[in-house]
Design a protein around this ligand. Structure first.
Ligand SMILES: CC(C)(COP(=O)(O)OP(=O)(O)OC[C@H]1O[C@@H](n2cnc3c(N)ncnc32)[C@H](O)[C@@H]1OP(=O)(O)O)[C@@H](O)C(=O)NCCC(=O)NCCS
Length: 610
């Protein structure tokens, strides 16, 4: 402190020492004084205190004598290395500090704490939340790098307070290696303009009829939203690029990346300039991605004959994502409604595509091939006890919005996209969804378990054929046919063209334990992800029936399980009833895995569903 003070007034000593230069310095300082603009800013230094002979580096320099040494980690006994030095050596350095009496109150406290820890076992140091979070994200960052994602942004979000942050986050996903296509809608902007011009929007079956006046407005508003997003992205990309211009420089490119075709006349209604996407220029988009740029699509598509058509932006996003074979599509909602399980009261974070399809069917949501979606609300009035009827539910615009997004998400998955996310407009939702285990929205994923089903007695022969060679080789324990018939309900099979190509067994034990066994993939079908699929399926079943500690016994396949998150444990870790029948002479190794939730399994699937 003392040194800092003397430094603050230290210009004095320096000025004195400057000898003959004093006059010149005084002259300079007068000029400095004359610079009223600077003095007015509130500089605490008057002209006498300023040594104009100092360079800027000297003026900002820290006096080495003012730098103290304190430990910022708790010391521990033994030979543990702390900051690259043995703990004892660090303690010795602490002693020296004491002798010179050069330590402040904080370091004395730390030394006392260090001394205390040499007697009492120090608790493991707290890992800062950021470090944990960043480490947790590494897997997701690695996985998403180089993959293609389509983000659909409804026009309404351009008015949202968080739009700048959202665009920054989009730029960050680009910086982290994702190849992006952004589809921007402009529905509210068009409606506002029509309203302003006192033109009633014409709609049939909730589809806009785009006449020539409306088309003109669509062109203007699509242009407006395009430039708004380009402008904001340019700002964000400038923020995230900097040091490595070549590697990280990025542009936003918009253009004729798709063609459109007209709706035509349906049920006697001419939809005029309303159209739907016809062909996505996949190669052109790939070239843009190769140049490390971002593609921006608006709802105006040009037909080969040169006409312009107004297309539905959600449909465009799904079509583009499907044509590009994108690994993910992200739909943002405006009203931020999520799905909740009525029985558990919990928000549903994951939906298998089959469940999503059932939901859409339940609410009569239909995605039409001409790129529009409808919710049929006629004749629905059944009530379920005191719960609101479907009719009540679909009166809410927020519910309808979420259902329609789910419909578009399913449409994208049907076109080959691997995962679809529906996100509410909350700050940071995108980053949280893509890079954290907990996510933030609803993930709808393709059914990776198609072909897997519970086994029945008719499958016994097929399972037997599959496992027999491994039993003979000693990899699997023999299972008498009558025992397998008796236990058949614990077996699951993976079939292809009615042929059993893989199987697995799941047995539940007390205390939240479950054992996976008899996991076999037919030799001809190996290394195609079927082992992963059946393991993932069995793990999901475990979770569903309340078991979160899964174990396997193996003599040959240890590495395969370790690579999938299992860790070796001792026999004493088995549930008592399983420990009692453990075959000590076989000496199988035991591998266990804790599954906390669906999101753990999702993260795992990311790798084999890339
Ligand atoms: C283990 C097994 C189920 C994996 O099935 P699969 O459909 O080939 O699995 P996946 O396609 O998901 O994974 C294949 C990967 O696992 C690797 N793998 C296969 N067997 C392995 C083993 N014993 N140890 C380590 N890795 C193994 C493959 O080399 C391949 O790696 P790659 O993707 O780098 O080429 C299959 O190899 C099998 O049936 N093995 C014999 C039975 C057995 O040991 N079962 C376990 C006891 S319960």
């Amino acid at each position: 402190m003392e040194d800092r003070q003397s430094r603050a007034s230290g210009g004095e000593g320096a000025a004195k020492g400057s000898g003959d230069d004093g006059a010149a310095a005084a002259d300079m300082s007068n000029k400095f004084n004359d610079t009223t603009a600077i003095n007015n800013v509130g500089s605490p230094l008057n002209s006498d205190e300023v040594d104009t002979s100092e360079t800027s580096a000297q003026m900002l320099a820290i006096d080495p004598a003012a730098i103290d040494f304190v430990s910022v980690i708790s010391h521990k006994d033994g030979n543990g290395l702390l900051n690259g030095l043995p703990a004892k050596e660090l303690e010795a350095i602490g002693d020296d500090d004491d002798e010179t009496s050069n330590t402040g109150a904080a370091s004395t406290e730390l030394s006392a704490a260090a001394a205390a820890t040499s007697e009492v076992e120090a608790p493991p140091p707290e890992i800062p939340a950021f470090v944990k979070m960043f480490r947790g994200s590494a897997n997701y960052i690695a996985n998403h790098r180089g993959t293609t994602a389509v983000y659909h942004i409804p026009g309404d979000l351009l008015e949202w307070d968080g739009i700048n942050d959202l665009i920054d986050d989009i730029a960050l996903t680009w910086l982290l290696g994702m190849k992006l296509v952004i589809v921007i809608g402009c529905r509210p902007q068009i409606d506002a303009r029509l309203d302003h011009k006192h033109i009633d929007p014409i709609r049939h079956s909730s589809i806009r009829v785009t006449d020539s006046d409306t088309l003109r407005i669509v062109k203007e508003e699509a242009g407006f939203v395009r430039f708004e997003v380009e402008r904001q992205l340019a700002r964000s990309l400038r923020v995230v690029k900097s040091a490595h211009e070549d590697e990280f420089s990025g542009n936003v490119v918009s253009g004729n990346f798709y063609s459109a075709q007209p709706f035509g006349v349906i049920d006697g209604v001419d939809y005029m300039y309303t159209g739907f996407p016809r062909r996505i220029e996949v190669e052109k988009i790939r070239q843009v991605h190769q140049a490390n740029d971002i593609v921006l699509l608006t709802t105006l598509g040009v037909s080969p004959s040169g006409e312009i058509f107004n297309v539905n932006s959600e449909s465009l996003a799904a079509t583009a994502a499907g044509s590009l074979g994108a690994s993910k599509i992200v739909y943002f909602t405006v009203r931020g409604t999520a799905f909740r399980n009525k029985e558990t009261g919990k928000i549903i974070q994951n939906l298998r595509v089959t469940d999503a399809r059932n939901l859409l069917q339940h609410y009569r949501v239909k995605i039409h091939s001409k790129g529009f979606a409808t919710v049929d609300d006629t004749g629905i009035d059944e009530t379920e006890g005191d719960k609101p009827s479907r009719d009540d539910m679909i009166q809410s615009p927020a519910t309808v919005e979420t259902l329609l997004k789910a419909g578009w998400a399913v449409s994208a998955l049907d076109r080959g996209v691997k995962r679809a996310h529906i996100l509410a407009p909350t700050n940071g939702a995108l980053l949280q969804e893509l890079y954290t285990r907990d996510g933030s929205g609803t993930l709808i994923s393709r059914d990776l378990y198609e072909g897997i089903r519970p086994a029945n007695v008719n499958d016994v022969a097929g399972i037997y054929d599959l496992i027999n060679p491994l039993v003979e080789a000693g990899t699997l324990v023999p299972r008498p046919r009558d025992v397998m018939e008796r236990d058949i309900r614990s077996y699951y099979v993976y079939t292809r063209d009615n042929l059993i190509v893989a199987c697995g067994q799941l047995k539940r034990f007390e205390g939240g334990f479950a054992e996976i066994g008899c996991l076999v993939v037919s030799r001809d079908y190996r290394s195609q992800g079927r082992g992963d699929a059946i393991l993932g399926y069995l793990e999901r079943l475990c979770l569903q029936c309340g078991a979160n500690k899964v174990f396997v016994l193996s003599t040959q396949t240890m590495e395969w399980f370790v690579e999938r998150g299992f860790a070796e444990v001792g026999v004493n870790q088995l549930p008592p009833s399983r420990r009692a029948v453990y075959n000590h002479s076989r000496r199988s190794k035991i591998y266990m895995k804790h599954i906390d939730g669906d999101r753990d399994l999702d993260a795992q699937e990311l790798w084999w569903n890339r």
